[in-house]
Design a protein around this ligand. Structure first.
Ligand code: GLU
Length: 447
């Protein structure tokens, strides 16, 4: 039974990079008919907030990702403490007393001597008396996991065969000197207890995975399969991290007004061997989804591509899907108006301005030199109810009567009827505006 988890820390807003990881886990679970777990990695009690946690749930829900199980790491400290004791008893978790400055100095010295800045395990040699003396000085220990020094290999679902030489790594710190846990050990405990089958996360975790595989084994568990996707970069290939603040889901939704499916369509397909296309529903991304379609090179995130997808998605979106949101922004003018303005939208909020062309009041724009033409147009308006055929009939007759054609024929009419130089198709707008308002606007009245 496939079981995966998305494990964000509630220490900030979800951004495009996190969401891509969430999406891959979600799609992987749904494709396999498995379980998708939302785990909140809030062991850092200082920096984790309820607001960020709520934000994560809001964002995932907006994107359409539903989770089958959820829990918070802060509810499980007993379990992590027990695991830490177990590792200590096995001699695999050892107390270290160096300050940050002392560690820095060691690293600089190593590098100056052309050696890699790997922790020298000096603390392993401390006697009980030396430790007691350090503690008497007021020092508190941080705790490191003792790596085996052997290579750790796995077949990565994205990167293929991967080997981490643990001999070239520093023993990872699992517990800080204030007693708080880094994510490494809690994550392994949770993955064992929740019976996670696949860990899908960013490439920046690849080295951690080497250490974590040893911790899985030390705790008597079996490491799940791993897949590490390449990271996101900006459109220019540069680092995205600096811009992540403006690429939070909340901003994309609330400030930029993007559609959730535009975000899903882009993040689900960039960096894969499949083309980016507009998908109307999350389930549609399942078709063809597979981790081995991910490329090894970084995926480029281009906000302009997002904007293009957004427009394409809106052009296909049905009235029922957006009616509530239109109503909320005072732009619900009915299904026919939606169908008329939809092809002109880049963001949903633009619908408000376009819908206002139909409902009015519109201040007509009639240039002096067009006054006679517009008066003639009012007289020539086809009789009876206006339909989508009326525009063609009307402008055909006007062309014949006045000799005007092209822009000279259409523009004065568009200006008079909408007050704008561009907008939705006039043939569609005309019957929606309706005879009374059409005639009033042709007389120059705001209607
Ligand atoms: N909370 C960790 C992170 O966001 C989880 C990493 C993982 O998926 O194991 O980086």
């Amino acid at each position: 039974m496939t079981k995966v988890r998305f494990a964000p820390s509630p220490t900030g807003k979800l951004h495009v990079g996190n969401v891509r990881t969430a999406l891959f886990n979600y799609l992987f679970a749904r494709k396999a008919g498995g379980t998708f777990v939302l785990r909140i990695d809030d062991t850092d009690l200082e920096r984790s907030t309820q607001e960020y946690e709520d934000g994560i749930r809001t964002d995932l829900t907006w994107l359409g990702m539903t989770w089958d199980e959820t829990f918070k790491q802060s509810e499980r400290f007993d379990r992590y403490n027990a695991a830490a004791e177990d590792l200590k008893a096995k001699g695999l978790l050892y107390a270290c007393y160096e300050t940050g400055e002392e560690l820095d100095r060691k690293r600089r010295l190593q590098m100056a001597n052309g050696r890699p800045p790997v922790y020298d395990r000096a603390a392993l040699k401390l006697t009980d008396a030396e430790k007691a003396a350090l503690e008497a000085e007021g020092r508190k220990p941080h705790w490191r996991f003792k790596l085996s020094g052997n290579p750790v290999s796995w077949t990565d679902l994205v990167r293929g065969d991967v080997t981490i030489e643990t001999s070239s790594l520093s023993d990872p710190i699992l517990i800080r000197e204030d007693g708080s846990y880094l994510y490494t050990l809690p994550s392994v405990c949770d993955d064992i207890d929740a019976e996670i089958t696949h860990i899908i996360r960013g490439e920046d975790h690849t080295t951690n995975s080497g250490a974590q595989i040893e911790i899985f084994e030390a705790l008597g568990g079996k490491a799940p399969s791993f897949g590490h996707q390449a990271l996101l970069v900006g459109a220019d290939g540069g680092k995205l991290s600096k811009r992540l603040g403006s690429l939070s889901m909340q901003d994309l939704r609330e400030e930029e007004g993007f559609e959730a499916m535009a975000v899903n369509s882009l993040l689900g397909r960039i960096g894969t061997s499949d083309p980016v296309e507009p998908f109307m529903a999350l389930e549609d991304l399942l078709d063809g989804f597979s981790l081995d379609r991910l490329t090894r090179s970084p995926a480029r995130f281009d906000p302009e591509e997002l904007a293009r997808l957004n427009a394409k998605i809106l052009h296909e979106t049905g009235y029922a899907v957006v009616q509530e949101r239109l109503a909320d922004m005072g732009a619900d003018a009915g299904e026919a108006v939606w169908a008329a303005v939809r092809p002109n939208l880049e963001r949903l909020r633009d619908a408000k301005d376009w819908a206002a062309l139909v409902n009015g009041p519109v201040t007509p724009v009639i240039e002096g030199e067009d006054a006679d033409f517009i008066a003639a147009a009012a007289d020539a308006l086809p009789a009876g109810e206006l339909t989508e055929a009326s525009w063609g009939e009307w402008t055909g007759a006007l062309k014949e009567a006045t000799g005007r054609k092209g822009k000279g024929l259409f523009m004065p009419l568009r200006h008079a009827l909408t007050g704008q130089p561009r907008g939705p198709e006039m043939a569609v707008l005309l019957p929606l505006i309706g005879r009374d308002k059409v005639l009033a606007r042709l007389k120059g009245e705001a209607a």
